[in-house]
Design a protein around this ligand. Sequence first.
Ligand SMILES: NC(=O)c1ccc[n+]([C@@H]2O[C@H](COP(=O)([O-])OP(=O)(O)OC[C@H]3O[C@@H](n4cnc5c(N)ncnc54)[C@H](OP(=O)(O)O)[C@@H]3O)[C@@H](O)[C@H]2O)c1
Length: 389
Amino acid sequence: MTAKTVTILGATGSIGTQTLEVLALYPEQFRLGFITTHRNIDRLHSILQQFSPKGIVICDPEACAAFQRTTTYQGTILCGEDALAEVAADGTNDIVVSALVGFAGVRPTLAALEQGINVALANKEVLVSAGELVTTTARRSAASLIPIDSEHSAIAQCLMGERKESIEKIILTASGGPFRNYTLKQLHAVTLEEALRHPNWKMGPKITIDSATLMNKGLEMIEARWLFDLHPAQIEVLIHPQSIVHSLVQFVDGSIKAQLGLPDMRLPILYALSAPQRLPTPFPRTDLAAIHTLTFEPPDENRFPCLRLARQVLETGGTAPTILNAANEVAVQAFINRKIRFTDIPVIIAETLEKITPVGKPSLADIIAADSEARSLAEQIVATLPTKV
Ligand SMILES: NC(=O)c1ccc[n+]([C@@H]2O[C@H](COP(=O)([O-])OP(=O)(O)OC[C@H]3O[C@@H](n4cnc5c(N)ncnc54)[C@H](OP(=O)(O)O)[C@@H]3O)[C@@H](O)[C@H]2O)c1
């Protein structure tokens, strides 16, 4: 395999950091292209002690100016969000790791795909907000959209060598988060610190809260619909607290394939960068005898209504998932800012969805408009709720 040039959108985040760890392990196979951050220049300085990227994007103008004043870095430095799409579409990229969080990833991911550049996608909100547009763009330019999310990586691996018409359904596994056994009353009193303590995975704050509300699994259902071109009825969710079976595919003959491994995102990241080749790793191996028990149970959509809301927008289609995603981003940020309760999150999303009529077959302009309308409505709803101390 000749060395691939890998550009990382969101290099300072959890996925970005683990992608850099993977690149450091395989210097013969991968070369670093551009890296981007929103504003974390401390982390950027430490990345530059170990890596020599071709260029850097810092989205926040003030952070960018501060970085330029203090750095000795000789490569290209670009400031502002528009530069994300510019570096994503750079002709020297072999693959772009899309690891921003939220809707901000839509335009740069589309920019890479429009140029026929393969995208390793962690940023699930891109497919939730603009699934049809993104997958059509990838098909048109013959670029590959390779999943990094462990569940979707598992499904892609289970589908190797299989025909699409052989799939009966896919089963996405969910750890259930820290509140799997909580009553509604207990959920009402959940604190930010408790919600940020995921039992199995160490991730960025937004996905950690999404995992606690089970919205993460709802977003993943929508992501799977687009990645694997499935009917909503073919997508099931099971709670699997051990996070060892990353997901499963059931075929029309009734047989099931699953992909297993320890909860370590470096594995699906590496697979997304090297597939179909598998590279040897020094990572810990899964000891099934020590794990002993693997359990599965259906999710409870009454205690975790985000999952039901996601299923509803998946069936509605058009900009309904865009609206859900935007309202969720606002609600999660409000919870992180201690403005609302944990159980207000699905209430805000449901109310936003009720008040906006989705558009079918949306263009990028429709998607941007739906995102911004949903955001401002969700913010208004947040403002009407009693402030949580
Ligand atoms: N973490 C995981 O294990 C995991 C697993 C599966 C899927 N995912 C998905 O991967 C994506 C990234 O997750 P994460 O946990 O790595 O998030 P994270 O730790 O919060 O990192 C997000 C990255 O995006 C940058 N960023 C945030 N907002 C931005 C904006 N408005 N404009 C430009 N850059 C921005 C951040 O820069 P700063 O550092 O400057 O803030 C950071 O580099 C999410 O969609 C998540 O659902 C994550």
